[in-house]
Design a protein around this ligand. Sequence first.
Ligand code: V47
Length: 386
Amino acid sequence: MDHALIPIADKIDAGRRLSLEDGRTLFATGDLWSLGQLADRVRRRLHGDVTYYNINRHLNYSNLCALSCQFCSFYRKPGQPGEYQYSLEQIAAEAAQAAANGATEIHIVGGLHPYLPFSYYTDMLRAIRQSAPTLHIKAFTAVEIVHLARISKRPRDLEAVLTDLQTAGLGSLPGGGAEVFDDRVHDQAFKGKIRSDQWLAVHETAHRLGLMTNATILYGHIESIEDRLHHLLLLRAAQDRALAANLPARFQTVIPLPFIPDDSALGRLPGPTGLDDIRMLAVSRLMLDNFAHVKAFWIMQTLPFSQLSLSFGVDDIDGTVVWYDITKVAGASTHQEVGVRELRMAIRQAGFQPVERDTLYRRVIRHGPNWRVDDPTPAPGSEVGV
Ligand code: V47
């Protein structure tokens, strides 16, 4: 083992928190195998040989967006070729079909639509509630929530907006839109988007209302290693606050997202290497000691890579997905689906035990498309505790 990692290994064995300096060492080491072993030690302490997956359906309701983020090749402006928008009827039908096929979750994200009214979003949730009552609705990144606060003329009242959405059927918030919590990177790559303080405020408000949320970091573009560490430490501090205040909800999982250049304005950049990807997942597992889960999103990392990542700190793979428009695995269309058999086999081949979960990480007992959760009321925070 790289000698610089030995004091860090001691801390991990003693269950002590890693510092910013430790994080720098983890990013600097050339000993990727030992780094992976350390992350695996933590992952096994928390989850043994279990790897979670879920049967879900992603739905990107529109690619029209008021923003022009440099890393994004998904957005379109009104009148541009390729713009699209789902009607509420289409969304309700997609949800019903997903539920009939056994999905437990629908994950909904879109651009910041320039003219849809707030009622479109609450009606969307109600329509899904009606057409697919068993589906958990995980929807709208913090960026969309702030946009909805603005269009509902309550720009500062995040609580009122989230309460309206929750009443209409929202079950939890996905982790998107965080990008990198740094003002320089923000101004260069996603100017106009909310900054870290607002992103964190949305999630804290959601936690206070009992809505579980996720977190992401979009890495491998113009950010520095220091920026990545700063981002992880801000997430860790936010989770500390949620846990210390005994809020009814918290962050469940972190999903490190590798930048996919495609034909974005940053398309000249190469994107992260596989080595960077595996390091990022392992470091996330080690630094975010108060996050229960680290998830690989195979759509961005590929399924074979996600298999490997299970030995580098990852305990969760999203998911069956079905359709995804924001990024595409090389050469794919927006139909990007992996079957349950394939997903379970990939997990088994890697030496882990596949366990289907619902959005709240409860075990699913399944008979074909019919399912129920094993224990509907797990103790709050029971899965946290590195
Ligand atoms: O917010 C956009 C990112 C996010 C690119 O919470 C890109 O369970 C890479 O957040 N290259 C949406 N990333 C995806 C997301 C997510 C995915 C899976 C599960 C969960 C969860 C959340 O994708 C966006 C943005 O940060 N993104 N463009 C790109 N070119």
